[in-house]
Design a protein around this ligand. Structure first.
Ligand SMILES: [Zn+2]
Length: 339
């Protein structure tokens, strides 16, 4: 899922997003509740209408944003109060409130309010945050189940537990008992060493039964995504393809091309000779580099189109290879070759 935090995949129109092969996008309930507010979006016909995106939308609950972006955060078992970085207003998010926000927004897949915890943290603190997240998950589910027949929304559970294997297992087991429609693994890439991140992910995925979609939140590079699929993950959101595109970094079949570099000044080739995206079919590296150095806006869109297309092609190839039975050897080669 490309990230459309503020109800826009930065620099791209919905038509351009669609042409990259994207089917579902991610928006953020926290950001949209703070500005322009879920009531306004509801009155204007809901998030799909508001941003003119006809496909599915997943909204993240904002747990991560409250605990990483807001100021004066005070958390209790009831919920979390915080000051909005937009206008200084005080908000109080409870699990019930966050489900209501997402119902007003009208997303297709919604997430419960959770409390991720930054690394390093003591195990005791991780356990408190996990137990709170699990009780919030139950309360979210209760609100969701009252509404679900009319709303037709899907609610996932979010597993936390920091880097502690037993907490990670407990998180997944309890969420599975609660019977969510999908399972998200959150709280990864919170500053922990890479090896610990993979161990936490592996233990979480191993505890999850087959059948429900498994969503790994906020991951990652193309190699990370292949590696996580190898471990059993199904869904991802990540800002890397679009954020790095706006810095002039293109993901290609030959690795990253930093197109602002002088070596591309007269390079006639497209970003990726194997790519059939609009950008690669029409524009040279030299042209893109010129636009970037001239401070033009167009390369932000053009490289974003390419990077999203690259990611979507990668997961499309993954789906094909899984069906053909050639995924495992290809995946091992792909991510182990880069180590
Ligand atoms: Zn391309």
């Amino acid at each position: 899922m490309p990230v459309a935090t503020q109800a826009t995949v930065k620099t791209l129109t919905p038509q351009q997003i669609k042409h990259t092969g994207t089917r579902i996008i991610l928006c953020n309930a926290y950001h949209l509740s703070l500005r322009p507010g879920e009531e306004l979006i509801f009155r204007l016909g809901g998030l799909h209408r508001f941003m003119a995106w006809p496909g599915p939308i997943l909204t993240d609950s904002g747990g991560f944003q409250v605990f990483s972006l807001a100021s004066r955060v005070e958390v209790s078992d009831e919920g979390a109060s915080f000051r909005s970085p937009v206008d200084g207003r005080t908000f109080f998010f409870t699990p019930e409130k966050v489900i209501e926000i997402q119902q007003r927004l009208g997303a297709d897949v919604i997430m419960p309010f959770d409390q991720p915890i930054a690394y390093p943290c003591e195990k005791h603190m991780a356990e408190v945050a996990l137990e709170r997240t699990l009780s919030w998950a139950e309360r979210s589910l209760a609100v969701h189940r009252q509404q679900t027949k009319t709303m037709e929304q899907i609610l996932f559970g979010i597993a936390q537990g920091s880097v502690f294997a037993d907490l990670r297992e407990r998180a997944v087991e309890r969420l599975v008992e609660m019977d969510f429609e999908g399972l998200a693994i959150g709280g990864l890439m919170m500053g922990e060493p890479e090896q610990m991140m993979w161990e936490a992910l592996e233990v979480s995925l191993r505890a999850a039964p087959y059948g429900a979609p498994r969503y790994v939140m906020g991951v990652g590079t193309p190699e990370d995504i292949i590696r996580a699929i190898y471990m059993g993950a199904d869904m991802f959101d990540c800002v890397l393809p679009t954020r790095n595109a706006r810095n002039g970094w293109a993901y290609t079949s030959q690795g990253i091309v930093k197109v602002r570099n002088s070596q591309y000044a007269a390079d006639q080739r497209p970003l990726d000779p194997r790519c059939d995206c609009y950008t690669c079919q029409n524009f040279s590296r030299a042209y893109l580099r010129h636009l970037i150095h001239a401070g033009e806006l167009l390369p932000l869109s053009l490289v974003s189109i390419h990077n999203l297309h690259f990611y979507q092609q990668l997961v499309a190839e993954t789906r094909t290879r899984i069906l053909e039975g050639t995924f495992a050897s290809w995946a091992r080669q792909l991510w182990m070759g880069k180590k």
